[in-house]
Design a protein around this ligand. Sequence first.
Ligand code: FES
Length: 347
Amino acid sequence: MTSKEHSGGGSQLEELNGFTNPGLVEHVPRLSDGDPKADRVAERQVAAWFIASMIGTIWFIVSYFLFVPGESMSSIRLHNTSVGLGAALAMFSLGAGAVLWAKNLMSDHEGIDERHDISGSEEDQAVALEILHQAKEESGIARRPLLRNTLIAALAIAPLPAVLVFRDLGPLPGDMMFHTLWDKGVRLIRDPGGIPSADSERPIKAEDVTIGSAYHVLPSGIGADDGPDRPINEKAKAAVLLMRINPNELKEDPARKDWSHDGIVAYSKICTHVGCPVALYEHQTHHLLCPCHQSTFDVTEHCKVIFGPAKRPLPQLPITVDSEGYLVAQSDFAEPVGPTFWEINHP
Ligand code: FES
């Protein structure tokens, strides 16, 4: 045994550091230490927490399949809230049960570990074994089958939510990221925030876009047809950042020379790393920054990556102006938007 029960005082510390070591407080027996009835109650309380953890895990699984998220925001909220509550109950109850077990039922005698050399000698191994045996005795795991079994059951099913969450990583999106709501002649409107509606549409005139400005942009008509029922991922995929810089500063590829209009350029807002919204524009350096992992894109060079983990430029939306001077798309994006690892068929 390498630890001994504290008997007060800490003369060694006192000598070394020149201050009085108050020592450990005197041990006060708990109710469950001397009263078998209280001990039994405490045991049941702990078991109840472990059972609550199992209920939380089962709740998570049932909610996952019961509240399948649809295209509407409310169904997604219901799904997320319910599985979140289930996971929270499972994890909190597991922790609460473990803490109560340690506080009320395991040995609470404070001890001082004597320092000793760490070695792998047989003697030390025997000591370690002895400590393990003592821990087994003091935790009561051998003589409290109710606690042991409920803990094992709770731990056994606790990882199941993770399995379901990993399941959500698939299936692969196929060619879904190759197509967005942008099309030839679709006007660029300012992102109204929240759920767009026909009334909130504000088309952008090229003459209103000043040098140095940046707009969060969506395609016209995004809220007109089916409003909140339009798939949310369609709105997210179509998000665009519009900026105007001095045309002389643009280093445009000749093949894409007509994709911009008098220094006005439009790029997908979805980071090509793992899909965060790129939202920070430094108008002096013409850099776009992704707040998630700091990928940085150079707007003057077709948003090529100049820093960070993203592996390809932000896709450019070809734009022009219509007969009334409003900015419109020439077509959809020429390449898939979103994270690079989704582009299974991308050349
Ligand atoms: S998601 Fe943009 S840098 Fe990671």
